[in-house]
Ligand binder design. Structure first.
Ligand SMILES: Cc1cc2nc3c(=O)[nH]c(=O)nc-3n(C[C@H](O)[C@H](O)[C@H](O)COP(=O)(O)OP(=O)(O)OC[C@H]3O[C@@H](n4cnc5c(N)ncnc54)[C@H](O)[C@@H]3O)c2cc1C
Length: 399
């Protein structure tokens, strides 16, 4: 026997996009059910993004999650490091904006706590999600979502709309018939570690070196997040703490004597990446948001910010469609969301190809390495060049 529920919006995926959407809809008086096949503690313990644009911080605060203002760290710039020298890109001066260091684990914890406190129907740890009845041929048809709960009991939810916020391995995106998929693969990945040391620098340090890219980031007063470029086929078990330390020190070394603090490596993972966009982001009564519709390489710190930006537009779209009976709302969603997505795609691709070393043996590699150095020199030598980076990174690009 199947347990039945009725809701206005069924949200597949209870990551930052799904939870934020549920909270914004709640504030507009629209009910929703959030489904996720992982447990909340698993999601909260998975380290991912760490940088929020000012717009993302504003959205969190507007939604009722303002801990970021007390416990996040405002960053007014980054260091761009190449040829062994650091150059500060001053966001506040160049773009009149800033970013916030506030890990995705905290964003999830805040939204989960908030939505629980506001009475949200959150169903984590479920299995076998299946969506049907998207109302493409018959608009009176309503979507049905079936799943099995943690005890294996089957459930069915009938909704007016279903939102696929189910991340980069989205099942929902495959329900969009005739969608176009645009993508680019990269011949490198990131090796990410958490290391127990004090912070190495007050702001993020993006490093391009002869040995490859490295990113020095922060998490807390005692734990830091560091990344270095690696081969996508790299296996974490082949990397001892000493090998990781040596690789990172080599990448950031320079004439100024900059060195990283050394400490135990608490966690390590390989993060392959690609640029991906699916269009349209809507099919009948199904709408996609966040990584389900698009992914970016992490270099420009855009993934989480784009997911939240989609949700801001989507909440308004759903409100227009369900509360104001606005027939154009759903049809306009893809174009509104993709306008920002493609700018972020360009920025992420640009930063990635600017800072990562082409693989050895790449025939054009020698040319590209020197071209990268020429481009980096132009960026730091020119206010226009630095402003372009600052605007893209903070999401403040004029429209
Ligand atoms: C491994 C990894 C590491 C990353 N690291 C960085 C980083 O270092 N820096 C950076 O800027 N960005 C990073 N990102 C990108 C950033 O984390 C994402 O852009 C962000 O999480 C997008 O949020 P989302 O809510 O769209 O998707 P997600 O956070 O992926 O949430 C989707 C949710 O849907 C659930 N789900 C999936 N399928 C189903 C299903 N069939 N039924 C029910 N639930 C389902 C998943 O369990 C998940 O909780 C990383 C992404 C990944 C995957």
């Amino acid at each position: 026997m199947s347990h039945a529920s009725r809701t206005q919006v069924a949200i597949v995926g209870g990551g930052p996009a799904g939870l934020m959407l549920s909270q914004l809809l709640h504030l507009s008086g629209i009910d929703s059910i959030v489904l996720d096949n992982r447990t909340a503690p698993t999601i909260e313990g998975t380290h991912r993004a760490g940088i929020l644009e000012a717009d993302s911080v504003r959205l969190l605060v507007d939604a009722g999650a303002d801990r970021v203002l007390r416990e996040g760290h405002r960053h007014d710039g980054i260091s761009l490091r190449f040829a062994g020298v650091s150059h500060r890109i001053d966001f506040a001066d160049l773009a009149g904006s800033s970013c916030w260091l506030y890990p995705q684990t905290e964003v999830f914890a805040d939204l989960h706590r908030l939505r629980t406190a506001t009475g949200g129907d959150l169903r984590y740890g479920i299995a076998d999600t299946a969506v049907s009845g998207l109302g493409v041929a018959d608009d009176t048809e309503r979507p049905r979502i079936r799943y099995a709960d943690t005890d294996g009991r089957s459930h069915e939810i009938v909704a007016d709309l279903v939102v696929g916020a189910d991340g980069s391995r989205s099942m929902c995106r495959h329900l969009v018939e005739g969608a176009e998929r645009f993508q680019r693969e990269y011949p490198f990945a990131w090796f990410g570690v958490l290391v127990e040391t004090p912070p190495n620098a007050p702001e993020l340090v993006y490093t391009r070196s002869e040995a490859g890219f490295a990113l020095v980031s922060q998490r807390t007063e005692t734990v830091q997040r560091l990344y270095f470029q690696c081969d996508p086929a790299e296996r974490v078990e082949d990397w001892s703490d000493d090998r990781i330390r040596e690789t990172l020190q080599t990448r950031v070394a320079g004439e100024d004597g900059f060195r990283l603090h050394e400490g135990p490596v608490l966690e390590r993972s390989v993060l392959p990446f690609r640029s991906f966009v699916q269009s349209p982001m809507r099919h009948g009564r199904l709408l996609l948001a966040g990584d389900a519709a698009h992914t970016v390489p992490p270099t420009g710190a855009k993934g989480l910010n784009l997911a939240l930006a989609d949700v801001r537009i989507l909440a308004e779209t759903v409100e227009r469609a369900l509360l104001k009976d606005d027939a154009d709302a759903l049809a306009e969603y893809t174009d509104r969301a993709l306008a920002r997505v493609w700018r972020a795609q360009h920025f992420s691709y640009w930063m990635t190809t600017l800072l990562h070393r082409p693989p050895r043996g790449d025939q054009a590699g020698g040319f590209d390495e020197r071209r990268q150095l020429g481009e980096l020199a132009s960026i730091v030598a020119s206010r226009a060049g630095s402003t372009y980076l600052a605007e893209g990174y903070t999401g403040r690009t004029p429209s």
